[in-house]
Design a protein around this ligand. Structure first.
Ligand SMILES: [Mn+2]
Length: 268
């Protein structure tokens, strides 16, 4: 039984459209509920922001009430969970919980224009959504660092095209790879889709758009290409689209649904 958790967090982002993330979350979660035929559980996230602390914007909100609500929502899921953000920072909890539950063989397919591998000291913005994958490797700020952490080489960056220098360095030393073929030791897979993997001409409701992205059919084909993996959870993030704008994403939601609701079988 797949669950849908709507997590309308906006404090992990700091750009001009960050305040639209909660509404974008609701629009996308409602559509996801229709496409997957599953109820949507709304995870309460505070609308407040808090000061920059230790190089992280809204650090107290992120580590306090927002996190507590997400953890409570994942206590006994009883099946794969589709998390609808909110900013990319919402992935810290479901991926961290999956790593704890499934062990070091957990891998991640990270569809995202950005690798989100900054640290609090290298982030140009102080926005946690640009640090979340680094935190999942157990590095940097101990209040965010995952324990247990993802194993190096078990995350594939897909459609990623805008790297800060520190993020390039993290990839160079092997934290993440840049193709599915380069993954090693992956037994179960979590699928992260930051919608900014798409080109802005495909979908206007992007919080942090970058040029030269993928088309929707390209993303759907890439998701369908993961069918050989046992997909144990997924997240879709960074939506600021209206209810009408998100309609074009229906094939993306359907593809994620096919991965999450596939019947496990021999040899998968
Ligand atoms: Mn991202």
């Amino acid at each position: 039984m797949t669950l849908i958790n709507a997590v309308p967090q906006r404090q992990g982002a700091v750009g001009s459209r960050a305040a639209e993330l909660p509404d974008g979350c609701l629009a996308l979660a409602e559509l996801a509920g229709h496409v997957l035929g599953r109820p949507v559980h709304h995870v309460r996230q505070t609308p407040e922001v808090s000061e920059v602390d230790g190089g992280v914007s809204s650090r107290a909100v992120l580590t306090g009430p927002n996190r507590a609500a997400q953890l409570a929502a994942l206590e006994a899921p009883g099946g794969p969970v589709l998390t609808i953000g909110g900013d990319c920072g919402v992935e810290l909890i479901p991926i961290g919980v999956a790593r704890f539950r499934y062990g070091p063989g957990l891998g991640v397919a990270w569809f995202d224009a950005h690798p989100d591998l900054n640290t609090a000291s290298t982030s140009p913005s102080g926005a946690f959504h640009g640090m979340v994958l680094r935190s999942l490797f157990g590095e940097d700020d101990p209040e965010f660092a995952a324990a247990p952490a993802l194993e190096p080489g078990r995350v594939a960056l897909l459609g990623t095209r805008v790297f800060d220098p520190e993020e390039r360095a993290a990839v160079s030393r092997g934290l993440a790879v840049t193709s599915l073929d380069a993954l090693t030791g992956v037994e179960k897979l979590y699928v992260h889709v930051d919608l900014d993997v798409l080109d802005p001409s495909e979908f206007p409701g992007l919080n942090y758009p970058e040029p030269d992205g993928w088309t929707i059919p390209q993303l759907v084909a890439a998701l369908d290409g993961l069918a050989g993996y046992e997909v144990i959870g997924a997240g879709i993030t960074e939506c600021v689209g209206t209810a009408r704008e998100v309609e074009v994403l229906e094939p993306v939601l359907a593809a994620v649904g096919r991965l999450l609701m596939a019947t496990p079988r021999e040899g998968r």
